[in-house]
Ligand binder design. Structure first.
Ligand SMILES: Nc1nc2c(c(=O)[nH]1)N[C@H]1C(S)=C(S)[C@@H](COP(=O)(O)O)O[C@H]1N2
Ligand SMILES: [Mo]
Length: 322
């Protein structure tokens, strides 16, 4: 408890959220990562628009679709995002993941995409960065343990990769698998969990534009503790669905086995949509602790993304399919 309070007591100062060097470095980083700022493109193409002074550079310059930009003033500090993690292959101690994962080798890296697809393939990190335009998405991240953050991810929609590999008509689900390197992962040998960590989505959930593969946070490539070099982010689902350090993506017919559902099926369903009305058997899901803030805030249905994602669940009993 004492340790958890650490981030409660760290006030997020405005200059911690978006210090100037981040704006400046972000440009360079995003350029390196192949991010195209639509704002910048438009500004340079639009007639009558003169140069934008660099001092007025804002996130909107590099958030082409503006997805999540309304959360810009709620961003969790980089320190907290990189210092308070769940990554059980390393340790169950959130504040030790960063240290234990620091030497995790993420280069070279490749992701195999296989199963029911017309064009199976192996993608290196470089392929993923250069083939798919990187953009910034600011999303709420709600852990099933009832804490949350607001994270400025860099990445690209998963559907762009899926469109390239072309799922066949039999494909109904997407299965993801994390790297498992026991020599480099202290927690992987405990025998407490059936690693490798696997996760899954229905194909239509995977195709939803909010579902991204992330390659960076703030102005940096992902740190090992955040799932370097590539991880899934599904913002309307509990954090455990957002599987880290992915090495394999398979298109399959049947609902794939997922780690937390294997471990405790009564507590963690396949869907894991954020739902303040369906409590965890051992605690309430009605409120959450936003890391870096004091007190608790109400948990939003579908983590605030109901308008976008509810069409996926028409006719589905969300209490039964939790
Ligand atoms: N491979 C793997 N992926 C994982 C986990 C894990 O233990 N192993 N933890 C999950 C949980 S419970 C959460 S809340 C998020 C945390 O992501 P973050 O540490 O980047 O905030 O990662 C998810 N992805
Ligand atoms: Mo979590």
């Amino acid at each position: 408890m004492k340790k958890q309070e650490k981030y409660n007591s760290v006030p997020v100062k405005p200059d911690e959220i978006t210090p100037k060097h981040i704006y400046q470095n972000r440009r360079t980083f995003l350029k390196q990562m192949g991010v195209v700022g639509l704002g910048a493109l438009l500004a340079s193409c639009a007639p009558g628009v003169t140069s934008t002074p660099s001092t007025s550079e804002t996130l909107s310059d590099i958030t082409p679709s503006g997805i999540g930009s309304e959360l810009e003033n709620q961003l969790t500090s980089k320190e907290a995002i990189k210092g308070y993690n769940n990554y059980y292959e390393f340790t169950t101690n959130k504040e030790r993941v960063a240290e234990l994962a620091q030497d995790f080798v993420t280069e070279p890296w490749s992701v195999n995409v296989d199963g029911l697809v017309e064009n199976p393939g192996t993608y290196s990190t470089e392929d993923l960065l250069s083939n798919f335009e990187q953009e910034q998405r600011i999303y709420r991240m709600r852990c099933v343990e009832a804490w949350s953050m607001v994270i400025p991810w860099v990445g690209f929609p998963l559907h762009k990769l899926l469109e390239e590999v072309k799922p066949t008509s039999e494909a109904k689900y997407v299965m993801f698998e994390s790297a498992l390197v026991p020599e480099q992962m202290d927690g992987a040998n405990s025998g407490m969990f059936p690693f490798p960590y696997t996760e899954g989505l229905r194909l239509d959930e995977a195709m939803h534009d909010l579902t991204i593969l992330a390659t960076g946070i703030y102005d940096e490539p992902l740190a090992p503790q955040n799932g370097a070099p590539i991880r899934l982010v599904v913002p309307w689902k509990y954090g455990f669905k957002s599987i880290k350090s992915i090495i394999k993506i398979s298109l399959v017919v049947d609902e794939p086995p997922t780690l937390w559902n294997i471990v405790a099926p009564q507590e963690y369903g396949f869907y894991a949509n954020v739902n303040p009305n369906v409590d965890h058997p051992r605690w309430s899901q009605a409120t959450e602790r936003r890391i870096g803030e004091s007190g608790r805030i109400d948990t939003l249905f579908m983590n605030g993304y109901a308008e976008e994602v509810m069409p996926l669940y028409e006719g589905l009993d969300l209490t039964e399919n939790f």
